[in-house]
Write a protein that binds this ligand. Structure first.
Ligand code: C2E
Ligand code: MG
Ligand code: MG
Length: 576
């Protein structure tokens, strides 16, 4: 509670000299313990308030230029000046004026004609008490407001408050309204860190991250934690896309530094997406949606990157979204399909094995594996898909081996699958379950960066190779085609990519490249398979180069198990 001071400090603001004299006299008559300062206008009063503080302001309602109510409004909007009780005076008896003064924030209203009669000291006391009470109520209100607007962990605005700020900026009809850029950020490995290091470490990471970003922001940029590991920033007053890009880049750069949590260094990048109102989005909701699309595009393309929204993203995004949802549905309904493509021994012409190739079920919108497998890899659905393929392909080859022993099955395995030990276990268990010899199972692995980086993948491959599976390096000739992989990993077979047949070069040069690659692989003692053989010339070339196996439309397209059984394995004839 504010303590009553021995000397009451009063500021008297009135343009009328005679009125001021009356008030001063009245005040001094009642008590000698008052210090009075005088101002003859609102401007002068405000200027004095900048230099000194007062307990009470006695304010005339009617003054030239600015009236008393305007002064109250100015005071109450400036917390640095406004902590003072106000008594409003007027010579008018109109009730409207009195109400307006109280509504604007005055604690009391008195008529000038009553000044002499009134116990002014009492009015001063009342005004002060009332002000203290209001002040306390206001403080309580602010505390509650703070609680409901702030994220307790980081002290940043929460989603609710952030929305309010957005509403204010975007619905603002003022002519000076400027562009609003919304930056959304999502930590990339937060779940992993939270799961492996515990929630305390996760909390510390979030606090650390928010501090780091905050240090990069201007005062007028609002920063919020929207929930979990999602953060948002609003920047306004941006004058060009370049400016937005520069500002976002500055923030994005700050997300890249390492942090030390519980003694260990952690790199926790954020994917960042930005959209601009009104340049790109017409409403607040659209702004959120577009920034979200940009952020997810950043996450998909390369975790920890930054993207500014581009309308093209919307189409790609919804297509990817459809695929993502489709995968989950198809897995649930268990309706993925499997085709098999014959692999031919080029020396004997025998059909020695089949490559299992997954197919999206035939429905209105179907997608090819080249499109949906990478999405499944990013969403971690590849584990379930991979296991479905393993189960299906092994079950199939077990049946075919009954009729035609030693037929092999080639199964495509994503490097992502090799990251989990339980997938390796699953593969081994299923092979045993169906009684298939591991030497008749070829595991086709594509080269990726992952391949290179992760020790766990190397370990998995070694384990599979030691168990007896045949390891095949798929799509050789495009992408990495690293010779060191051939030496450092237990690779038995190399599959030359089909694109080698269609390189944009002269026929002569194409053949020379093909020849050099095949020669090199043979010298390294690799078995070589050529895929994508479509013509008799291509087949002849492969034979000439001593390539072991061939695969392609020239021999057969991938087909359903039933078609393979009827047309190639001729099971139908055996049955009849
Ligand atoms: P891949 O393993 O290199 O498979 C060969 C692809 O070439 C197949 O495409 C096949 O249909 C196609 N192809 C075969 N012969 C010819 C030909 O003569 N000419 C042309 N132009 N193409 C031919 P598909 O089935 O669309 O699969 C594409 C890729 O998707 C596969 O490439 C593989 O990387 C991946 N994939 C397919 N099924 C699976 C699966 O079950 N698991 C995983 N992880 N990946 C799979
Ligand atoms: Mg393959
Ligand atoms: Mg291939």
């Amino acid at each position: 509670m504010m303590e009553m001071r021995r000397h009451l400090r009063v500021l008297l603001v009135d343009d009328d000299q005679a009125d001021r004299l009356i008030i001063k006299r009245t005040l001094r008559k009642r008590s000698s313990e008052v210090d009075i300062d005088e101002a003859t206008s609102v401007m002068e009063g405000l200027a004095i308030l900048q230099t000194r503080s007062f307990d009470v302001i006695i304010l005339d309602y009617k003054m030239p230029k600015a009236n008393g109510i305007e002064m109250i409004k100015e005071l109450r909007s400036r917390p640095d000046l406004g902590q003072v009780a106000i008594i409003m005076m007027s010579s008018s008896e109109e009730e409207d004026v009195a109400v307006a003064c109280i509504e604007a924030g005055a604690q009391d209203f008195i008529l000038k004609s009553d000044l002499d009669k009134l116990n002014i000291q009492r009015s001063l006391m009342h005004a002060q008490k009332r002000f203290e009470l209001e002040h306390k109520l206001h403080q309580n209100y602010l505390n509650v407001k703070h609680l409901s607007e702030k994220d307790p962990l980081t002290g940043l605005s929460n989603r609710y408050h952030f929305n309010q700020i957005m509403d204010m900026l975007i619905n603002h009809e003022s002519p000076t309204r400027s562009d609003v850029a919304l930056v959304l950020m999502d930590l990339d490995n937060f779940k992993y860190i939270n799961d492996t290091m515990g929630h305390d470490a996760g909390d510390r990471l979030l606090i650390n991250f928010s501090k780091r970003i905050k240090s990069q922001l201007r005062k007028d940029e609002s920063f919020a934690r929207l929930g979990g590991d999602e953060f948002a920033i609003i920047m306004h007053g941006m004058r060009s896309i370049e400016q937005v890009e520069k500002a976002t880049k500055r923030i994005h750069d700050a997300t890249k530094t390492k942090m030390t949590i519980e003694g260990s260094e952690i790199q926790c990048n954020a994917s960042v997406g930005t959209a601009i109102y009104p340049l790109q989005a017409a409403t607040k909701d659209e702004l959120f949606q577009f920034a979200d699309v940009a952020m997810y595009t950043a996450k998909r393309e390369a975790k920890g990157s930054f993207k500014l929204y581009d309308p093209m993203m919307q189409d790609i995004f919804s297509r990817q979204y459809n695929i993502q949802q489709g995968i989950k549905r198809i897995l649930q309904e268990s309706t993925f399909q499997m085709h098999f493509q014959p692999v031919i021994n080029l020396d004997t012409g025998d059909e020695e094995g089949y490559e299992a190739l997954i197919r999206w079920p035939e429905e209105q919108l179907s997608y090819v594996p080249d499109e949906f497998i990478p999405i499944a890899e990013k969403n971690n659905d590849i584990h379930e898909i991979g296991n479905w393929v393993i189960d299906h392909a092994l079950n199939q080859i077990a049946k075919w081996q009954e009729k035609k022993p030693n037929t092999f099955i080639a199964i495509n395995i994503s490097p992502v699958q090799l990251q989990l030990r339980k997938n390796i276990q699953y593969l081994i268990e299923k092979t045993e379950h169906y009684g298939v010899k591991p030497e008749s199972v070829v595991l086709e692995i594509t080269e990726t960066t992952l391949f290179e980086k992760q020790q766990v993948i190397k370990d998995s491959l070694k384990r599979l190779s030691d168990y007896g599976f045949i390891i095949s390096l798929d799509d050789f000739g495009v992408g990495y085609s690293s010779i060191s992989h051939l030496v450092n990993f237990p690779i038995d077979i190399v599959k030359l990519d089909k694109s080698l047949f269609t390189i944009d070069e002269s026929e002569e040069k194409r053949i020379a490249i093909f020849e050099a690659l095949a020669g090199m692989l043979k010298r390294l003692d690799m078995k070589v398979v050529a895929e994508g053989i479509e013509t008799v010339e291509q087949m002849a070339l492969c034979r000439l180069l001593n390539i072991d196996h061939g695969q392609g439309f020239y021999f057969s397209k991938p087909q359903s198990a039933t078609t393979i059984e009827q047309t190639r394995l001729k099971f139908q004839e055996n049955v009849m």
